[in-house]
Design a protein around this ligand. Structure first.
Ligand SMILES: *Cc1c(COP(=O)(O)O)cnc(C)c1O
Length: 401
């Protein structure tokens, strides 16, 4: 079905940070399947692990114990604030599990008949009906009304907006079950969370027994240079979701929760494919390789380098570029209003052999594989500058025409 406006590009092969199209053209990939291919394309270690798992056992369902799933849960528990995990296949699905957990928390812990979940404007939580309702962007709702009941929105990083929404919702007694929020908004424009805002959020949720849930689907699993985005904020969530980078390209999602907030009982939630041996082997391999190759430190260094390169680029093109922002290897380049748009720049970059992805109309996003090297970053920014120059020429000739 026609659900995507695709670029006229057929990608057929990848190796590390490079991909090739069906005409044999080569592209430097700063998209990585939208923050998914953590170890790059065709990683030999991930390939070998998956081949071994396919030879052993691929899928049996959650009617039985799955050792790879238990190992992945233990690996995630040892590297995060969560104790228990539910496995599924995508980010939206992980958030659906979080939303169900939040509602059960509202009923059981706060005694609320019709619990509310508070989410941020400009957020992105996925495209299934509840996840898209949680997404605080009206353009994703249009045409799919009625939306799911029980969601209210506040302004991201704005404590006054949050406090007034909370007060309004709680005016006649407990109504709020949970807050669902990204530590850094990815899709909504690469907006890093403000530690002071998140620390205040944590206090307010603690005071009222409101579940604080982080959506780590994009920033989690090492992309920030730490395992989880919340580590940069100095705030632990009660539960958090992950997906994109966890399987290195194999579909997998998960909800992690602290033991005392694990309200799920047998029968409450399920997934046929969730936590199958193959996807869990992928997750285990990604985690092991992040550590073996010391990628967290690499991401911190490469992220700082990319930031500096983008800042210098912004200084060279002040009429087109406004600023850059982000954590680790999730960086956004902010374009000046009424000059060029993010989709224009992404198209111009393709012509220079560089893949990028917009984050809204004015921000171009960089989410390369975590294994990217310094030389690639320089190559990337050179290609980007050529793309900018090609657009500047067009803009100039349009102005004179
Ligand atoms: C991509 C994304 C999702 C949705 O993930 P899918 O796997 O596409 O369902 C949810 N939350 C955030 C923060 C994301 O970036």
């Amino acid at each position: 079905m026609d659900t995507y406006s695709r670029y006229p590009l057929e990608l057929v092969r990848g190796q590390g940070v490079w991909v090739w199209d069906s005409d044999g053209n080569k592209y430097l990939d700063a998209v990585a399947g939208i923050a998914v291919c953590t170890l790059g394309h065709s990683d030999p270690v991930l390939r070998q692990a998956l081949v071994e798992q396919l030879d052993k056992l691929q899928h049996v369902s959650n009617l039985y114990r799955i050792p790879e799933q238990e190992q992945l849960a233990a690996a995630l528990r040892d590297r995060s604030c969560a104790d228990r995990f539910f496995f599924c296949n995508s980010g939206a699905e992980a958030n659906e599990a979080a939303i169900k957990l939040a509602r059960k928390h509202g009923h059981r812990v706060r005694g609320i008949a019709e619990p509310l979940i508070l989410t941020a404007e400009a957020s992105f939580h996925g495209r299934t009906l509840a996840a898209v309702t949680a997404t605080g962007q009206p353009r994703y709702h249009a045409g799919f009304e009625p939306m799911v009941q029980g969601f209210r929105y506040f302004r991201y990083n704005d404590i006054a907006s949050f406090e007034s929404l909370l007060a309004a919702c709680e005016a006649e007694g407990p109504r709020v079950a949970a807050v669902l929020i990204e530590p850094l908004q990815g899709e909504g424009g690469v907006n890093p969370g403000d530690p002071a805002f998140f620390q205040r959020l944590r206090q307010l949720c603690d005071a009222l027994n409101i579940l604080l849930i982080f959506d780590e689907v994009q920033i989690g699993v090492g992309r920030s240079g730490r395992w989880w985005g919340y580590e940069t904020l100095g705030v632990e969530p009660d539960a958090f979701t992950m997906a994109k980078g966890l399987g290195g390209g194999v579909p997998i999602g998960a909800l992690g929760v602290k033991a005392r907030f694990d309200h799920f009982q047998p029968g409450d939630h399920a997934s046929t494919f969730g936590g199958n041996p193959l996807s869990c082997r992928a997750g285990l391999t990604v985690i092991a390789e992040i550590e073996r190759r010391e990628l967290l430190a690499q991401v911190q260094a490469r992220g700082a380098e990319l930031r500096a390169l983008l800042a210098a680029l912004t200084e060279r093109h002040p009429t087109l570029l406004e600023s850059s922002r982000g954590w680790g290897l999730l960086q956004g380049l902010v374009l000046r209003e009424a000059t060029i748009t993010a989709p224009d720049l992404v198209k111009a970059a393709i012509a220079q052999g560089l893949l990028l992805v917009p984050a809204g109309p004015r921000v171009v996003r960089f989410v390369p594989p975590l294994v990217i090297e310094s030389t690639h970053l320089h190559d990337m920014v050179e290609r980007l500058e050529r793309a900018l120059q090609s657009l500047a020429k067009l803009t100039a000739s349009a102005a004179f025409g």
